[in-house]
Every structure is written in structure tokens, then in C-alpha cells.
Design a protein around this ligand. Structure first.
Ligand code: AMP
Ligand code: MG
Length: 334
């Protein structure tokens, strides 16, 4: 009897140990949705530490915004730069700013992260309205990347009224920070979306919808099959308003201070780097299809341009992986 009892205990202990070990190595899925960086953020993670990964993604984005990127939080470096005129930066942030300055230069100034004073006049985040022409002209005088000195340790403004605005690249920068965290852990697969920028992380193929520029956020006009990387879209639909029957959107022409009018309604850029996918989607939008394609290619990125007349232009080999699902849209000929 004693022997049978011992066997039963041993078997029970083995089952318990097996269940504990099995549970510990089991791949789990966790998700989150939250609001930060003035935009909606969602993440889905698969891995043995999925719940922990999700918490870390949330804190990484929050921390990045309050420590570095926010225009409004007085704790952030960008706020301090705008306020005090000079900041000390770590090598990582210095390199990111230098890359943004490079995109600005390569785009001939079309990408300009010193347009904050002009953007503020349009007030897209609040109650937007067309500003007075003279005010736009005055604010434009206090913009231009050449008025910033970026070194490996500091950033200095040479014009106290200049306002740095990383709105066109911050979402992509956030994806790069999230990616470095995931690289250090045991995440198998993740999809992290920060506004219009998405990180596809892990092995295998991802299917991504290209948003309908004239529909709501759940409506798409094409599906794209991608391996891991970052994909960002700049679209007129993101922030816009109508005044006297005319539509005004938030992507500004740095030469005029008014919304870009070149027939485009959205530009999507795919790159390994979140920063580049985000910055280039804005830059390519401002440049227009022809010069935008040249810019994207010069950074080894791929891009999809959609015009108001529903024509789709692509660069790189992306057309092979893009399937139009809305018959109103067609690929450009040639
Ligand atoms: P995105 O949605 O990434 O294209 O970023 C658009 C945001 O970038 C706007 O809401 C502005 O804050 C800022 N922005 C507008 N025009 C430009 C521009 N020409 N270059 C850089 N940033 C811009
Ligand atoms: Mg952008």
C-alpha cells in the first residue's frame, strides 16, 4: 500500500512539474491599446513574456514622450530646447537628430522639423482655422534647419523664436525604441502601431492594409505582404478641416507655410528604420511623387503614393507584394 501511495505522489508531482514547466515555456499573446504622444497606440505581442513585454512597450513610449519628444511636457528635451534654446543630448538622440537633418537636406528642405511656429498657427491639434497670411509669413522667418546647430552632445537654436516639432518623425522613433527593447527579450512576434506608423516584428509574413484615404480608419484599399520592418503613412485625412469649402490638412509646404497641394492624399513608406519610414513618409508627401520616389530610393526605402484621382504609384519592388482590393484604385501605367 505504501508503495502505491509513493507512486501516486511521484506521478502527481511529475504532472505538476510538467504543467508548471509547460506553462512557463508556453507562447502567450497579450495586447494593449492606449493614448500617448497625441495619438492612438496599439500593440499585440506573442512570446513567453507577452504580458511583461506589453507593459514595457507602454512604459517605453510614455517615457520617450515625457523625456525626449513632447512639445508640451516641460520634462521633455524638445520642450526645453524650444524654451531655453540649448540642450545636452545623449549620443543616440544626437544621431537621430542628425539623421533627421540629413532627410531635411536630402529633401531640399521639404522635410522641415523646425516648422513648429507655423504648425501652431494652424492649430490642427485644437480648433483649427486658416491663419492670417502675415502671421504665416512672420512665423516662416523663424524656421529652417540651418538655424539649428546639432553636435554629438548638444543642440542649439540660433533663433529664439524657432520651434522644433518632431511630429513627423516621433512615432517612428518610438517604434525604434520599442524594437530595441523587443530585441533584448524573448518576443516571437509583435505588431505595434503608433498613429500611422507600424512596427512588424518577428519571423514570417505580415499582411497590412493600406488605409482608404477617403474612408474611416477600418477601411482599406489594398493589402501588402511584408517581412519585418516599419511602415508609416502620412495622409491628408489624419488632421484636416474645411473652411469656405476648401480642405486644409496638416502637412505643410515649408516654402509657403500652407498645406501641400500636389494631388497626393497619402504616402506610405517601408523601411527597417522607424525613424526613416516616418520622416520619409512626410518628406515624400511634400516632395510629390517624382522627387519623393527618388528620395525614398536614396535611403533604400520603398514607397506607395496615392493621388486624389485614385492612382497608385510605387517604388522599389513593392508593387509585387501589393494587391489592390478596391476597384476604384489602379496602378499608374508605365
Ligand atoms: P506625419 O503625420 O508623420 O506626416 O507628420 C505630420 C506632422 O509633422 C504635422 O502634424 C506637423 O506637426 C509636422 N509637419 C508638418 N509639415 C511638415 C514638414 N514639411 N516637415 C516636417 N514636419 C512637418
Ligand atoms: Mg511622418
Amino acid at each position: 500500500m505504501k508503495k502505491i501511495g509513493a507512486i501516486i505522489v511521484a506521478v502527481s508531482v511529475s504532472i505538476l512539474v510538467f504543467l508548471l514547466v509547460y506553462d512557463a515555456v508556453q507562447i502567450k499573446t497579450a495586447t494593449t491599446e492606449f493614448f500617448s504622444m497625441n495619438t492612438f497606440i496599439s500593440a499585440k505581442v506573442e512570446g513567453i513574456n507577452a504580458a511583461e513585454d506589453i507593459k514595457k512597450i507602454e512604459s517605453t513610449v510614455e517615457e520617450l514622450d515625457t523625456r525626449l519628444l513632447s512639445r508640451t511636457a516641460d520634462t521633455s528635451l524638445i520642450f526645453k530646447l524650444n524654451q531655453n534654446g540649448e540642450i545636452t543630448v545623449d549620443p543616440e538622440f544626437a544621431a537621430q537628430l542628425a539623421l533627421l537633418a540629413d532627410v531635411s537636406k536630402q529633401s531640399g528642405g521639404a522635410f522641415d522639423f523646425t516648422l513648429g511656429a507655423v504648425s501652431d498657427l494652424w492649430n490642427f491639434g485644437g480648433t483649427p482655422a486658416v491663419p492670417e497670411e502675415q502671421k504665416i509669413a512672420d512665423a516662416l522667418l523663424h524656421s529652417g534647419i540651418e538655424k539649428l546647430e546639432i553636435s554629438e552632445t548638444s543642440v542649439k537654436k540660433n533663433d529664439s523664436s524657432l520651434t522644433v516639432d518632431l511630429g513627423a518623425s516621433g512615432k517612428g522613433i518610438a517604434l525604434d525604441y520599442v524594437k530595441s527593447y523587443l530585441d533584448s527579450g524573448r518576443c516571437e512576434k509583435a505588431v505595434v502601431s503608433v498613429g500611422g506608423s507600424v512596427l512588424l516584428y518577428g519571423k514570417g509574413e505580415f499582411s497590412v492594409g493600406i488605409r482608404n484615404p477617403f474612408g474611416d480608419s477600418s477601411s482599406s484599399i489594398a493589402t501588402l505582404k511584408l517581412k519585418e520592418g516599419c511602415i508609416s503613412t502620412s495622409g491628408t485625412y489624419e488632421q484636416s478641416f474645411e473652411e469656405n469649402g476648401k480642405l486644409y490638412h496638416h502637412i505643410l509646404n515649408p516654402e509657403t507655410g500652407y498645406p501641400v497641394e500636389n494631388g497626393l492624399v497619402s504616402v506610405t513608406v517601408i523601411s527597417e528604420s522607424g525613424l526613416l519610414s516616418d520622416a520619409l513618409s512626410t518628406a515624400c508627401f511634400v516632395l510629390g511623387t517624382e522627387d519623393g520616389i527618388k528620395l525614398a530610393e536614396s535611403y533604400g526605402a520603398q514607397a506607395i503614393f496615392i493621388t486624389a484621382d485614385k492612382t497608385v504609384y510605387t517604388c522599389g519592388s513593392i508593387e509585387n507584394y501589393l494587391k489592390l482590393t478596391d476597384s476604384d484604385y489602379s496602378f499608374a501605367e508605365g
